[in-house]
Write a protein that binds this ligand. Structure first.
Ligand code: NZQ
Ligand code: ZN
Length: 384
């Protein structure tokens, strides 16, 4: 196991009725901007609960943060915060709203061109405090310091990570997710599942605790994910999916171990170029990446086959084949199609994606830094 320093500063309020904690968490004198998406919170009762707990606090509202939050939209919120001297942000919505809020929090006090926070990894001196009411289990953004921002005008999708933008608190009430369309809860399960694989399916690092945690989260998602898609009002299934998604990317299982993230980096390009939902890009890339990287991921693939899918029969190659097949079947069972052609994307996108990643200096990718432009292309061609 590698050395690490671990600190997760986000206080979690989990369960029914926990939105009432928001009013206690945000200081009375705060000048708050409530940040939200396209309006789902107005129709499922979440907005009313939030306004109730905020009481007479000074609150402005900013609606309209899109799925895959857009830089130009967020900069409008940055302008409002600066003009109105907002000093607290409350994100109410899915990962996009939360990521967008993290960017606003970083950009408001930032001196200089805010795009540099994403494009040049510019250091931050401070950020506004953030609270969150999460309504979509998927990203883990509710308990991490990462955010992914799109800029449609130049077809970019870039991430930044900074400890200053961990939420101070996050409310996770599974009931707020009952109103999710099937497509979005399926996306959430697929995204969380892939987050675990990105941190687990690498090479052995003598990290038994992280490995057993990762396997538990994967198994919980395999057991509870499809149930949660089929029965949207099943509280216990939702509660487990919500908690699994938080654990998948609250950074705990990734400490001291090698990490991959190539599936995400390739997936972000597919979203930027073809507007495919984040989780669906991962369902396209992951099974194919497992296949192309099967030699370098061999030991962990065998471990994954045995511990997660209970595949014990057959040769090592046959067990790996079956584990990859089960992974693809799991995505498909959730309703996440796993081929580029399912999204009307031609195989020619393979070289475009490879060249974009190369031009940005992001290559090579992978835990062994062996995913070059040629390998990216091979992965996507196999996913055609
Ligand atoms: O905008 P509204 O009206 O709220 O509708 C949203 C949106 O259309 C809707 N929705 C959310 N909660 C709902 C609901 N509809 C009904 N009932 C509810 N309770 O769902 C749609 C999608 O929401 P979005 O926030 O975009 O989904 P998700 O949480 O999957 O977030 C995806 C974004 O997160 C990034 C992705 O790249 C993508 O931009 N990621 C962030 C990460 C992080 N911060 O650590 C890691 C991830 O790998 C990921 O890259
Ligand atoms: Zn993801």
């Amino acid at each position: 196991m590698e050395n690490f320093t671990y600190h997760n500063p986000t206080r979690i309020h989990f369960g029914r009725g926990q939105i009432a904690q928001v009013g206690r968490e945000i200081p009375t004198e705060a000048r708050v901007l409530l940040v939200a998406g396209g309006g789902s919170i107005k129709t499922n009762g979440v907005y009313d609960q939030v306004r109730k707990t905020l009481g007479s606090k000074s609150v402005l509202e900013f609606f309209g943060v899109e799925a895959n939050p857009d830089y130009d939209t967020l900069m409008k919120a940055v302008g409002i915060c600066r003009k109105e001297r907002v000093d607290w942000l409350l994100a109410v919505g899915g990962g996009s709203v939360l990521d967008g809020t993290k960017f606003i929090a970083a950009a408001v006090p930032f001196q200089g061109e805010p795009w540099d926070i994403l494009a040049k990894n510019a250091p931050l001196k401070s950020a506004l405090p953030i609270g969150a009411v999460l309504t979509l289990p998927a990203t883990g953004s509710e308990a991490n310091g990462g955010a992914v921002i799109s800029r449609r005008s130049i077809q970019e999708k870039l991430a930044f990570i900074n400890p200053l933008v961990f939420p101070r608190f996050s409310v996770l009430d599974p009931e707020t997710t009952f109103s999710l369309p099937e497509r979005q809860i399926a996306n959430g399960v697929g995204d969380a599942f892939t987050h675990v694989l990105e941190q687990y399916l690498t090479f052995p690092a003598a990290a038994a605790v992280q490995d057993r945690f990762a396997e538990s989260i994967l198994k919980a998602l395999i057991e509870e994910g499809p149930k949660s898609v089929a029965n949207p009002q099943d509280y216990d299934a939702r509660a487990n999916v919500v908690w699994a998604a938080t654990w998948a990317l609250n950074t705990a299982i990734g400490v001291g171990v090698p990490q991959d993230w190539a599936t995400h980096m390739i997936g972000h390009e597919l979203t930027a170029l073809h507007q495919i939902d984040h989780a669906r890009t991962l369902a396209i890339v992951m099974p194919s990446l497992m296949q192309v990287q099967r030699a370098t991921k061999r030991e962990k693939l065998l471990q994954y086959a045995g511990k997660v899918w209970h595949i014990t029969q057959g040769s090592e190659e046959a067990r790996i084949d079956e584990a990859i097949g089960r992974t693809r079947a799991f995505f498909e069972k959730l309703g996440l199609k796993t081929r580029l052609r399912d999204y009307n994307v031609s195989p020619e996108t393979a070289s475009v994606v490879a060249q974009r990643l190369k031009a940005r200096g992001f290559l090579p990718l992978g835990e062994r830094e062996d995913i070059t432009a040629e390998v990216v292309e091979k992965i996507l061609r196999l996913a055609a």
